[in-house]
Design a protein around this ligand. Structure first.
Ligand SMILES: Nc1ncnc2c1ncn2[C@@H]1O[C@H](COP(=O)(O)OP(=O)(O)OP(=O)(O)O)[C@@H](O)[C@H]1O
Length: 551
């Protein structure tokens, strides 16, 4: 059982590690999604006594038992039909009689413990383990997980909680009960019944007994063969899923450059320089000109991006330069591609054509992790984590997640201190991200009403998200701040407060610019704060003018 549990734990951890590593473009591929689901199925079905049978090496006993049972009955049938018996019949009949007993002892392990037998701390660990798993698996959290580099923290926190749950499972009284219940007495007696029958057959030739034995042996052969075939089928299924698991573990994130092509992030003074520009291949353009079918698509030269499965590109010909230390406001109608551009600039999604250079280096040559360590952001659809306020904010800089003072400073910068003051347990108040969170997961599959979870208004959640970005925004290594409508739900006072903070933290004590800033907004009052205002329209700018028109 310990070996099985350790193997299961190892595979679950590997699976989780891979999930947090894979980026959005990789995970959006339907083939990869299927593969990950099959791999997931394999990990979940990894049990000795259930799931896909032969996944557990101990299931070999079952196959042995069935094979010997079939052989013994065949031999018995042979003896009966030849009117002679053999000592082998006895041996073969006794062996399968003992095997179920042995099997039950070995394969009694993975029985879920009774959820109500868990102590409060164990139940808490079980709930946390599920939430962390959800964090790693859900696409909704993926931008934040990658941007804030939460992978390691998720993995370590999950490991801690999972170990508590496994330990509780092991010590659970349900387990010892399952051991005795799995000693299937009726199976044992059924197997034993052959022995006296054989002895009877050896001592005398009872024609009625022989006939009954013959009939029951034929039936047993049929049943055992059927069971054997089903075990073999399950074994093939497991092998297939095991293949999926192995293949899933080999998947490389699409945004990760090849090791030999990877270059370290090149720091420059004053923030981050970003350049999305034309690719001038004169000959290629000339050839395109000759073969121009009149559609705009044949003239693509700037940054282009189309969502998978979408016929219309969300970005076309995006061209702009943001110098280190500059502040750029992006405005535009709904659906014009602003958030898509933000995701491309933050290296959350890739682009299909054009070039994007970061500090004069091709963005695609940078390792996303090293790039993400230099940026802080608020996404338009920011994540609402179902955990405490402290963790919700602290996740912006996991190194400081257990430092309440730093979390309070970030909250103050986002004008969110009042939100926390009103909460019953302050920073330790567990927040409720969605209505269904009121029901918490209970170990063993049950549900319990979650107590103490607190809801927030849209504006309050937004302040928490802004505070999360401010957790790391002040750090000297941060070169770019990108805020996608960070104040869309905030009142005028809070909005001013947030933009003043952004202006403050993008400069050093002497007033010199140290960070580049991009913010997306629908409000002209905030757009005026920027050095440059750029307009996006339907994801495309009129050729030959750049899409992002500089002031
Ligand atoms: N995941 C997606 N899959 C397919 N198409 C998408 C996806 N997300 C956005 N789009 C499409 O891409 C286009 C640009 O969307 P985007 O969210 O970038 O616009 P936006 O300018 O940020 O809009 P808003 O001002 O409403 O936030 C839209 O036509 C939208 O329908």
């Amino acid at each position: 059982m310990i070996v099985l549990n350790s193997a299961k734990f190892y595979m679950e951890r590997k699976q989780l590690e891979q999930r947090v590593r894979l980026d959005l473009p990789t995970i959006s591929d339907p083939v990869i999604r299927d593969l990950l689901q099959e791999s997931d199925l394999f990990v979940r079905s990894f049990h000795g006594s259930s799931g896909f049978g032969l996944v557990s090496p101990l299931e070999i006993f079952r196959v042995l038992s069935l094979a010997t049972e079939i052989s013994s009955h065949l031999l018995l049938i042979y003896s009966l039909t030849r009117c002679s018996t053999h000592v082998c019949v006895l041996v073969f009949s006794t062996f399968p009689a003992m095997l179920p007993l042995l099997m039950a002892w070995f394969s009694s392990a993975p029985v879920q413990a009774d959820p109500w037998a868990f102590t409060p701390s164990e139940a808490q660990a079980a709930e946390r383990q599920e939430k962390l798993r959800n964090l790693a698996y859900s696409d909704a959290y993926r931008p934040e997980v990658h941007l804030f580099g939460l992978g390691k923290w998720i993995l370590e926190s999950w490991t801690t909680s999972r170990k508590v749950v496994l330990e509780a499972d092991r010590n659970s009284p349900t387990h010892s009960a399952s051991l005795t219940s799995s000693l299937n007495l009726s199976e044992f007696l059924t197997s034993l019944q052959h022995i006296p029958l054989i002895l009877m057959l050896q001592s005398s030739s009872v024609s009625l007994g022989s006939l009954t034995l013959y009939r029951s042996s034929i039936q047993s052969v049929v049943f055992a063969t059927r069971s054997l075939l089903s075990v073999v089928r399950m074994a093939f299924q497991s092998i297939f899923l095991m293949g999926a698991f192995t293949a899933a573990m080999q998947i490389k994130p699409l945004l990760e450059p090849k090791r030999e092509e990877s270059v370290p992030y090149p720091s420059i003074r004053g923030g981050m320089k970003l350049e999305a520009r034309y690719v001038w291949f004169s000959l290629l353009l000339f050839l395109r000109f000759l073969h121009d079918d009149g559609s705009h698509a044949s003239w693509k030269r700037g940054l282009c991006f189309a969502y998978p499965g979408s016929s219309e590109p969300a970005l076309r010909d995006v061209n702009f330069t943001l110098e280190a230390g500059e502040t750029l406001a992006i405005v535009g109608h709904n659906g014009s591609g602003k958030s898509t551009l933000a995701n491309v600039l933050l290296r959350i999604t890739d682009f299909n054509a054009g070039t994007l250079r970061v500090n004069d280096v091709d963005m695609r040559a940078l390792d996303p992790t090293s790039f993400h360590a230099r940026v802080s952001a608020v996404f338009q659809g920011f994540a609402k984590f179902s955990t405490t306020v402290q963790e919700n904010v602290g996740l912006g800089r996991v190194q400081d997640i257990d430092a309440p003072e730093r979390v309070r400073t970030a909250l103050r910068l986002a004008d969110a201190e009042g939100v926390v003051r009103a909460l019953p347990a302050g920073l330790q108040t567990p927040l409720e991200a969605a209505a269904y969170e009121k029901i918490a997961w209970a170990p063993g599959g049950g549900c319990v009403p979650a107590t103490g979870h607190h809801g927030l208004s849209g504006g309050e959640w937004q302040r928490i998200a802004v505070a999360r970005a401010f957790m790391r925004a002040r750090q000297p290594e941060i070169d770019l701040l990108l805020f996608d409508e960070p104040t869309s739900s905030l009142d005028a006072h809070a909005q001013n407060h947030v933009f003043n903070t952004i202006a403050d933290i993008s400069r050093d004590a002497s007033g010199a610019r140290t960070k580049s800033v991009i913010f997306i907004t629908h409000r002209l009052s905030t757009a005026r704060r920027a050095d440059k205002v750029a307009m996006m329209e339907n994801g495309v700018g009129p050729y030959p003018f750049p899409l992002l028109a500089q002031n």
